[in-house]
Design a protein around this ligand. Structure first.
Ligand code: NDP
Length: 245
């Protein structure tokens, strides 16, 4: 087993849900966590709380749809802590709806955040990790990266793309001692359903999320992947509530 202690971990979408839970768990295991999201109040409060608990954290307002901001977040990690061990490209949203509703703005937001945001995280981290000859890139996909159902086409497309990009990345970075992990959760209780803009879809998702499991479940999966010995690369973790079909 590797220890998480001392590892420098950048987390996008750290202001709530899975990102926040992961920041808390990894900081409790003595990682140095670098928190990015758009809501300054939330990430600053989280960093302060982690420090009160005896952990190490810094926060920087980051919009993952802007490469320069993702780069600045990663650069802050390296400037502050001297290296970059892990990046968790977690920021995402799920304004699902039937394609026939033509919610083109929602399609674009999902592509910009869920897909381009992940690519920008890779672009920011990869040169540093290649130079270090070590690192771990964790990209958040979903059960929706494995299947599609009515109303989830665009969301599922972004999550399928994250898996394909991550696997392509894995094959390319083996000479650089860089690990890649796809994290594919099912229903986990977070603010994600709040991003749905279509009323009937929102109602259906609210019903579905009654079986959702706590965000700490995701954080434990992340910790498991990081804690494996350096020569063990956990390529994907797919998990869901026991009650989820
Ligand atoms: P939340 O809504 O609780 O968190 C989403 C996070 O993404 C927030 O911190 C939000 O921060 C951030 N975010 C959204 N847009 C941007 C942006 N443009 N730039 C930076 N950060 C952004 O949902 P989850 O924690 O559930 O979602 C995290 C990831 O997990 C997503 O990729 C989601 O698709 C995935 N996922 C979640 C599942 C679930 O059931 N919860 C299941 C499968 C996958 P802010 O608004 O402050 O910018």
């Amino acid at each position: 087993m590797q220890t998480i202690q001392g590892k420098v971990v950048v987390i996008t979408g750290a202001s709530s849900g899975l990102g926040e839970a992961t920041a808390r768990l990894l900081a409790a295991k003595d990682a140095k966590v670098v928190l990015g999201a758009r809501r300054a109040d939330r990430i600053n409060a989280l960093a302060a709380d982690i420090k009160i608990q005896g952990g190490e954290a810094i926060a920087k307002v980051t919009d993952v749809t802007k490469l320069a901001e993702v780069q600045a977040l990663v650069d802050l990690a390296v400037k502050t802590y001297g290296r970059l061990d892990v990046i968790i490209n977690n920021a995402g949203l799920m304004p699902s709806s039937l394609l026939s509703l033509l919610k083109v703005e929602d399609w674009e937001r999902m592509i910009d955040v869920n897909l381009k945001g992940v690519l920008y995280g890779i672009a920011a981290a990869l040169p540093i990790m290649q130079t270090q000859k070590s690192g771990h890139i964790i990209n958040v996909s979903s059960v929706s990266g494995h299947k599609v159902s009515p109303g989830t086409a665009v969301y599922a497309a972004t999550k399928h793309a994250v898996r394909v990009i991550s696997e392509g990345l894995r094959q390319e970075v083996t000479p650089f001692n860089i690990r890649t992990t796809i994290l594919s959760p099912g229903a986990v209780a977070t603010e994600l359903p709040d991003s749905v803009t279509d009323g009937p879809t929102a109602q259906g998702i609210k019903e579905f999320y009654k079986i959702a499991i706590p965000a700490e479940s995701f954080a434990r999966m992340v910790a498991f992947a990081i804690e494996q010995p350096e020569d063990v690369n956990v390529n994907e973790i797919l998990f869901r509530p026991t009650a989820q079909e």
